[in-house]
Every structure is written in C-alpha cells, then in structure tokens.
Design a protein. Structure first.
Length: 297
C-alpha cells in the first residue's frame, strides 16, 4: 500500500492520528522536500515518528518514482507531503503511476495554506485563481501569473499568491557542466514578490490619465495581506496597500515561508476590521477600504 500523507503546516505534531498510524506501520518513509517546508527538520520528524526518513528531492520524485514505488504492492510505503497531499500536481502524478502499476493507495489529508489562508479573515469562497510567483533573473521575467491576478480583480475576487522556494537548485553553470553542486536554499519574501509585481505593473502602466480599472492594480489603492509561517505559533500577518508593503523591511514580515493575498472588491466591513488589526497604517487601511473598495458599515 502506498500512503500519501499530509503533514500540515507547522511541526511534527501536526500530522493526523491516521497519518501517524500509517507512518509507524510503514516499511519505508519518504519526505517530499521541494514544494514546501515544515518549521522543523527531518531529525525531529524521525524522533517523533520512530522511523528513518528518506528525503525525496525533485529529481527522485519526478524521475525515480519507480524506486519509491518498489514493492509497494507487498510493503507499506509512506510518502509525506508538507500541507495537503494535493497541494502540488507532482503528487497526483505519483498516484497515477501507482495506479498504472496496480498498487493500492490511500490519501490522508491535512491542512494546507489553501485553507489556512482563511486566518486573515477574508471569506474563502471569494478567492479566485491561486498564483505562484517565481524568482526573476536577469534574463527571465515570467508574467503569465499576472494575468490570472487581473482576471480575479475583474471579478472582484481575492488572489492568494504563493512565493517561490529554491531547494537543492543548481546554478546555470553547474547545470551546464553536469556538476552536482547545489545553491543554498532560497525562500522568496513578500518584499521581493511585491517588488517584482510592481516592476511588471510599471511596464504596463497606462499612458492616459483615465481612472484605472480594477485589474490595473494601482499600488497606492490595492490592498494586500501578507502571511508568514501560517499555521505555526510564530505566524505573522501584515496588511496594507501594495505600496505600503513594498516600503517595509524584510524583518517586518517574519520568517519564511511567505505568501500574500491581493484583496478583491468582494470585501466587507467584517473582513476590513478583521484584517485591520495588522495594518501598516490603520487610518489609510480604512480610507482605501471605504473610499476605493466601497466597504460600508
């Protein structure tokens, strides 16, 4: 049996009882270690679960899945995922491979950022498409995700922005030379993500003085809420306009992992007041909420 087990968002104790029972009964345990991270290391997991853990990087999961699934028709194999198992399409692919090999599997769900984002106080049913923001390079500035944000804005929907992480990545030079030398882990911060967003908006800024449409995402009148280490006791939220968030030091947002929400026009007084508790400038938060978003008490 293959068990695909969500670990939740914080530490080793966030695993469900069903998940823990499956792990303890498994012959091999893998930890997927590239789509997200927990707030604790592998050693803490091993001590709590009483099992040795094999760290599965991107190469192993995507190109060596046969090794993960080996003998899973007669042995119990656990594949651990931070958050919920279906937070990344890679894990659906692993189940398709198991299905093709006639290997039975069980999915054990857990909390993920996709539902824990409700902690900022915005109604989950008013979220649109979630986007992932990648690190820009000197030669690569992908912007397809921005159109998804604009589509949400046109519909008045909130956008959850997930920020890039780089774990066990090679530089272009080392990759070209076939050298297995890996760069230090990098986790995108809210200031970096907002800076990249604003740079794209500046490139697309209208040349007229007409009032911008919602999808223009005017930095001084578009509200956003940052989330760091959501689900952990050290979680931290900051709310304000995109412009206000862009001017804060990185330390103001707390430790990784970071994400943020761009607030859509389906925004109500209760949500305004809930998120105002973390506002950079409470007076401006209320001014933009009421004057631009049309929130009424």
């Amino acid at each position: 049996m293959l068990y695909l087990i969500g670990l939740g968002l914080s530490d080793e104790k966030d695993v469900t009882v069903r998940g823990l029972e499956a792990i303890k009964g498994s012959d091999r345990v893998y930890l997927e270690a590239y789509t997200s991270i927990l707030g604790v290391g592998k050693e803490r997991l091993e001590a709590f679960y009483g099992k040795d853990i094999i760290v599965a990087d991107r190469d192993m999961v995507e190109t060596e899945s046969d090794d993960i699934l080996a003998n899973a028709d007669t042995l119990d194999i656990s594949f651990l995922v931070v958050g919920d198992p279906f937070g990344a399409t890679t894990h659906a692919d692993l189940l398709l491979r198991a299905d093709a090999l006639k290997i039975p599997y069980t999915v054990i769900h857990n909390a993920s950022v996709m539902n824990a984002v409700g902690a900022v106080g915005l109604a989950l049913y008013n979220y649109g498409q979630t986007v992932s923001i990648p690190f820009f390079t000197d030669s690569w500035r992908p912007d397809s995700w921005l159109e998804r944000v604009r589509e949400n804005a046109r519909l008045g929907l909130h956008t959850l922005c997930l920020l890039d992480i780089k774990v066990k990545e090679q530089s272009e030079e080392n990759l070209a030379r076939g050298r297995k030398i890996f760069e230090p882990p990098r986790y995108m911060s809210v200031p970096t993500a907002v800076s990249q967003l604003l740079s794209l908006l500046e490139e697309d800024a209208p040349s007229t003085d007409s009032t911008p449409a919602p999808e223009a995402l005017n930095p001084s009148t578009t509200l956003a809420i940052s989330l760091s280490r959501v689900g952990d006791p050290s979680q931290k939220f900051v709310s304000g306009t995109l412009e206000e968030l862009s001017k804060l030091d990185e330390d103001a947002f707390g430790g990784p992992l970071h994400s943020f929400v761009i607030v859509g026009n389906r925004f109500h007084a209760l949500e305004r007041d809930f998120a105002a508790r973390w506002a950079v400038d409470r007076e401006n938060w209320d001014k933009v909420s009421n004057g631009v978003y049309g929130v009424r008490d």
